[in-house]
Design a protein around this ligand. Sequence first.
Ligand code: TTP
Ligand code: MG
Length: 220
Amino acid sequence: MATPCTLFKRPFTVCLEGNIGSGKTTFLSHFKKFKNVTVLQEPVELWRNKAGTNLLELMYTDPTRYAFLFQSYVQLTMLKLHTHETSFPYKIMERSVYSARCFIESMKRSKTLKDIETVILEDWYDWCITNCHIETDLIVYLRTSPEIVYQRMKERARMEENSVSLEYLKQIHDIHEEWLYHQTLFTVPAPVLVLDGNKSLKEMLTEFEHCKNQIFKKLK
Ligand code: TTP
Ligand code: MG
């Protein structure tokens, strides 16, 4: 017998990826004007206030104590975006459970996460991608240079990110590159459209038009 789940027609799902400060939120906001697209911004506000606790701040202040807690909540909130149902034919989301894995990888390499903490997060991750409906149709990768995103991050001045160094952004960049550009790290769940995220806001509008056509073309 068909369950409500099998009757539900899955939207064409796009995940927007890129380093911290690569312009994902801005890029995503351009899609809000279309009536047939569900735009899901990253739940960063939830990470900053979960039952009155700022998990993002705790993670940056005391990473060895709080990275596991933070990443486990990121993973849950990302899964909620993936499984968010919509009647619209398109869904575009900021980041994904896949790119949260880039941060886990970084924390694993820097030993911020204990080996057993990484094992548990990866176990959850493997179980979710096998058992949950998180199919993705396209990844848009805003490819940026770490120096540029460092500058943007400083200008944006998100209080929790005071301590984020250029070194850290380089590491996150390298992992995104390994994953999406060279495709040598973990599974890439969909075709990747690489966009130059170093451009100015005005130039990014042109990139947006280009990208918009590519995305909408896919459904025809
Ligand atoms: P991003 O997810 O990169 O979001 P952003 O809003 O900074 O990006 P953009 O400017 O392109 O819109 O990072 C949000 C913060 O959360 C950042 O400080 C990095 C942190 N973070 C982790 O520590 N672990 C994670 O798994 C994720 C997804 C983010
Ligand atoms: Mg953002």
